[in-house]
Design a protein around this ligand. Structure first.
Ligand code: GRF
Length: 192
């Protein structure tokens, strides 16, 4: 059973989808830690309800990224984490974590990368008036949403859509796709 840590900064609906898939037997893995950089994030509450330990930190209490990433790394070791799953974690991963977990950090991004990287990808696509956008799951490197792509699926932007409607459609796909792809990755890595 692969040991995952989920990193999140906000609502945590993707965390929930992953936790639910595990409970339903659709993803053979354990979430053994949630890492969160915001005390008021709802994902903390979700983690408590799932009885999953949380490591929370406030970046401004550290001198630099290496400072808090070293503490995160300690926690990952304590919990025996093998894969880092980013699910709405609003910080770039630095060399401290990449050094040890390179090719074992996965992110989900709400666009068809390389289009619309960075913040508010759904708003960016909506404003650009493109006919479709989508969801990308990729390995994380030092760039902003630039690592090797694992899976992508398109979502149409329909006449009459608002940004909220589009966001809902994208999130529904995320909740289905992320656990499915993570399951495949965990199976593959089982043999390596
Ligand atoms: C998702 O849309 C994900 O693609 C992006 O951040 C959002 C997180 O949503 N990276 P949630 O916190 O999982 O609800």
């Amino acid at each position: 059973m692969r040991r995952l840590a989920v990193f999140a900064s906000g609502n945590g609906s993707n965390f929930q989808a992953i936790a639910d898939a595990i409970k339903e037997g659709n993803l053979e893995a354990d979430i053994c830690l949630v890492v969160c950089d915001r005390e008021d994030a709802y994902v903390m509450e979700r983690a408590r309800m799932e009885n999953i330990p949380v490591f929370s930190f406030s970046a401004k209490q550290y001198e630099n990224k290496a400072g808090y990433e070293r503490e995160i790394l300690d926690e990952l070791h304590i919990h025996g984490v093998e894969f880092i799953i980013l699910a709405g974690y609003m910080r770039l991963i630095g060399s401290t974590l990449l050094g040890e977990y390179s090719h074992r950090i996965v992110n989900i991004h709400p666009s068809l990368l390389p289009c619309f990287p960075g913040k508010d990808a759904i708003g960016q696509a909506f404003k650009a008036e493109v006919k479709e956008t989508g969801v990308t799951i990729h390995y994380v490197d030092e760039g902003m949403d630039t690592g090797p792509i694992i899976a992508q699926e398109a979502v149409p932007i329909l006449n009459g859509d608002t940004k909220d409607i589009l966001q809902k459609r994208i999130q529904e796909l995320e909740h289905e796709l992320y656990p499915k792809i993570l399951h495949q990755l965990c199976q593959e890595k089982q043999h390596t």
